[in-house]
Design a protein around this ligand. Structure first.
Ligand SMILES: NC(=O)C1=CN([C@@H]2O[C@H](COP(=O)(O)OP(=O)(O)OC[C@H]3O[C@@H](n4cnc5c(N)ncnc54)[C@H](O)[C@@H]3O)[C@@H](O)[C@H]2O)C=CC1
Ligand SMILES: N[C@@H](CC=O)C(=O)O
Length: 377
C-alpha cells in the first residue's frame, strides 16, 4: 500500500483573491457550465432564481455545454434562457473553446457537472491557467493519485482554487470539516460511514418483497444514481469518495489500496450501457438472500466505507455491504442520507458525526454554487 504520511493536509482550494484592478473587482465572475443533465440543470435553475438579486450580480454565465452542443454569450447568457439557447445552438461542444470563452474581466470559473473522464482530464490545465474549477464529478480527485497530485500542483501554479464540496456528500460539510480539524492541529484517525446517497436510499427502502431492480430504476429516475447506476452498485462511486476523503485527511491512497465489494454480478458488469436496464433483475436474487439473512438476525443492510489508520502506521480502506445491528449508529438515517463518523485527536472516543442528504440535484447544485461564491470572493 502506497500510504505516505506526507504533508497532504490543507484545503485544495487555495485561491488568490480575484484580480486586483478596480475594473476586475467590479466585474462579475465569468462562469462556464459543463453538463446540463440532472445536476447541471439544477445549477441553471438556481442561477435563474438569483436573477435580479445580489448573488445573481456576482456571476455571469458565459458558456454552457453538454456533450454535443455549446452556447456562448460573451456578455452573459440569461440563465433562464440558457437551455433553450443551447438546444438551438449549432456550435459543437469542445473543451478547447472554454478558456477563450472565459476571457475578460473578473474571476474565471469552470463548473463541471458531467461524469466525463475527458472533462476531468482538463481540470489541471484550467487550474494552471488561473481558472477556478468547481466540480461535482469525482473523477478528478477520486481516481489516480497522480491526477490528484496534478490538480494540487496546478492550483499552486495558477493560484487558482478547486471547489470539491459536491464530490462527497453532495455538498455536506464533510471535506470542510476534515480540513478544519487538521488546520486546528488534529490528525484524522478514522472515517466510517454511508457515502452513497443512492445506495442509502435503496437500502432504506428495500424490504425484501419488491424487486431490488425496480428500486434501482426508481433511484435512477429520481436523479440519485450515477448516469450508469453500476457505478454506484459496484462501489466505484463510494471508492472515489473514500479516496477523496482519505487524501484530504492526509492519507495518500491509490485506487487499488481500497478493497471494494461490488454488488454487480458478472453478467451485469460485462454489458454495454444500453443493455443495463433490461439486465438489472440479475441483482434481485442475491440481494433478497442478503436481506433475508440480515432480517433473521434483526440487522439492517448498509453500504459502508471505512478508512482506518492503525497504530503501527498501516492504513486499511474498504467499501462494501455490511449487515449492522438495527441500533448501530451508522444504520440510522432516512432517504438519501449520508452519515459519516470522523475520529481525530479531539474526537478520540465519540466521533464527530455528519448526516444529511447525500444525493439529489438541488443539494448538489447548491453545493457547487456555494463553492463558486467562496472562490470568487
Ligand atoms: N446526481 C446526484 O445526486 C449527484 C451527482 N454528482 C455528480 O454530478 C455529475 C453529473 O451527474 P448527473 O447530472 O446526474 O449526470 P447526467 O447524466 O444527468 O448529466 C451529465 C451531463 O454531462 C454532459 N456531458 C458529458 N460529457 C460532456 C462534455 N465533454 N462536455 C460538456 N458536457 C458533457 C452530458 O451531456 C449531460 O448533460 C456526476 O459526476 C455525478 O457523480 C455529484 C453529487 C450528487
Ligand atoms: N450517485 C451518487 C450521487 C452523488 O454523488 C450517490 O448515489 O451518492
Amino acid at each position: 500500500m502506497s500510504v505516505a504520511a506526507s504533508a497532504l493536509h490543507g484545503q485544495v482550494s487555495q485561491a488568490r483573491p480575484r484580480s486586483t484592478t478596480a475594473a476586475a473587482n467590479a466585474a462579475p465572475a465569468r462562469v462556464a457550465l459543463l453538463g446540463t443533465g440532472t445536476v447541471g440543470g439544477a445549477v441553471i435553475a438556481r442561477l435563474s432564481s438569483w436573477r435580479g438579486t445580489a448573488l445573481g450580480e456576482r456571476l455571469s454565465l458565459v458558456h454552457v455545454a453538454n456533450s454535443r452542443r455549446a452556447a456562448v454569450g460573451l456578455d452573459g447568457l440569461a440563465p433562464e434562457q440558457a437551455v433553450a439557447i443551447l438546444a438551438d445552438s449549432s456550435q459543437a461542444s469542445a473543451l478547447s473553446d472554454i478558456a477563450s470563452a472565459l476571457e475578460g474581466d473578473g474571476a474565471r470559473v469552470v463548473i463541471d457537472a458531467t461524469a466525463s473522464e475527458a472533462v476531468a482530464e482538463q481540470h489541471a490545465q484550467w487550474l494552471a491557467q488561473g481558472i477556478h474549477v468547481v466540480t461535482a464529478c469525482k473523477i478528478g480527485q477520486g481516481t489516480s493519485l497522480a491526477r490528484w497530485r496534478a490538480i494540487r500542483e496546478a492550483c499552486a501554479q495558477g493560484a487558482s482554487g478547486y471547489g470539491d464540496s459536491a464530490t462527497v456528500g453532495a455538498g455536506l460539510p464533510l471535506l470542510r470539516s476534515l480540513r478544519e480539524l487538521q488546520a486546528g492541529g488534529d490528525r484524522i484517525h478514522a472515517i466510517a460511514g454511508v457515502l452513497s446517497g443512492s445506495l442509502a436510499w435503496l437500502f432504506n427502502h428495500y424490504d425484501g418483497m419488491r424487486p431490488f431492480s425496480a428500486l434501482v430504476r426508481q433511484a435512477r429516475d429520481a436523479g440519485y444514481t450515477e448516469p450508469d447506476p453500476r457505478d454506484d452498485l459496484s462501489g466505484e462511486d463510494v471508492r472515489r469518495k473514500l479516496l477523496i476523503l482519505a487524501r484530504a485527511a492526509g492519507v495518500a491512497l491509490d485506487a487499488g489500496d481500497v478493497e471494494v465489494s461490488s454488488l454487480v454480478p458478472p453478467e451485469l458488469a460485462i454489458l454495454s450501457r444500453d443493455g443495463v436496464d433490461a439486465a438489472l433483475p440479475a441483482l434481485d436474487a442475491p440481494l433478497r438472500e442478503r436481506y433475508a439473512e440480515a432480517y433473521k438476525n434483526g440487522e439492517k443492510l448498509r453500504f459502508i466505507a471505512r478508512l482506518e489508520r492503525h497504530d503501527d502506521g498501516r492504513v486499511s480502506a474498504r467499501v462494501g455491504l455490511e449487515s449492522l445491528p438495527g441500533d448501530h449508529p451508522l444504520a440510522g438515517g432516512a432517504g438519501t442520507d449520508n452519515k459519516v463518523a470522523i475520529w481525530s485527536d479531539r474526537y478520540k472516543v465519540q466521533p464527530l458525526v455528519i448526516q444529511g442528504p447525500g444525493a439529489g440535484a438541488e443539494v448538489t447544485a447548491a453545493g457547487l454554487l456555494d463553492d463558486v461564491l467562496r472562490l470568487v470572493g
